[in-house]
Design a protein around this ligand. Sequence first.
Ligand code: SF4
Length: 350
Amino acid sequence: MPTIPRRRRSPEEVAAAAPVNGTKRVLLAAPRGYCAGVDRAVIAVEKALEHYGSPVYVRKQIVHNVHVVSSLEAKGAIFVEETDEVPEGSLVIFSAHGVSPAVVESAEERGLRTIDATCPLVTKVHKEAVRFAKDDFDILLIGHDGHEEVEGTAGEAPDHIQIINGPHEVDQVTVRDPEKVIWLSQTTLSVDETMETVRLLKQRFPTLQDPPSDDICYATTNRQVAIKKISPQAELVIVVGSANSSNSVRLVEVALEYGAKASYRVDFANEVDETWFEGVATVGVTSGASVPEVLVQDVLRLLADYGYGSVEEVVTAEEDLLFSLPKELRATLKQAGDVSRALGGRKSRS
Ligand code: SF4
């Protein structure tokens, strides 16, 4: 399918070229869409299907996107909620959001073969949790209770971790020793809201330690920076992403916070509602970290039909990170001579 032609501009150039008298245009955020962790997890399932054949079981949605999950299902992946749904001896892949040690143990007990597609940046947070629990810190994990990533991280040290859902919960926090407290976070939160939670926590616990490095990942941060640039100029911001995608939902919130008059999340172009465009000259478009570009292109085609054919891409950062595939797969791929995408590194810029 042809992509919609677009010009690439810096945020400053776009601001200088604001539309005159209601000229219709689209400001397309960059970076948007797939991050390195999602790319790795999706390829892991595809390669497992290719090399081991179906069925390949996947615990939870491999990434939080309806389209990605149904595409992999069509290729033979079977998504389950828990490992006890997987027949003994079968192959199961753990999703990009990570799992607690209890899930790994349960898979071992059932004799399952496993591939761990946890994003390396989530694994980093797990390791921080283990390390600070070992040093007997109280760990304040800022994140959404019930989110798979938070369940996985909290499961590393349940006796040391308490989950803080946001600034409104800071007052209820109690710790054993206020001198020995650290905060960690889910990777896909709003940067601004998390900093506000930390600010309030530090009022209560002045020696609260910061994580050794940022837990909110580069992809979440970059997508929020890009939409912050666009939102003040857009009457409407459309975020492509699924309802259970934390980083997609955050993009809607950030767009509204930074000046968009309206913002909606859609899984597919056919969810875009005509009534949203009344009096709208500039539409901002972005997508969450688990969204394939094809879904954004569908939205752009629809916008062109509505007269928003002029697309300016606002680039706030370049991303070229690639993660190597899970180690359990690498040996198989190497043996089969399929090394094209086994190792990580940087994407080619050609
Ligand atoms: S959003 Fe960040 S943490 Fe999550 S999979 Fe992507 S790179 Fe990894």
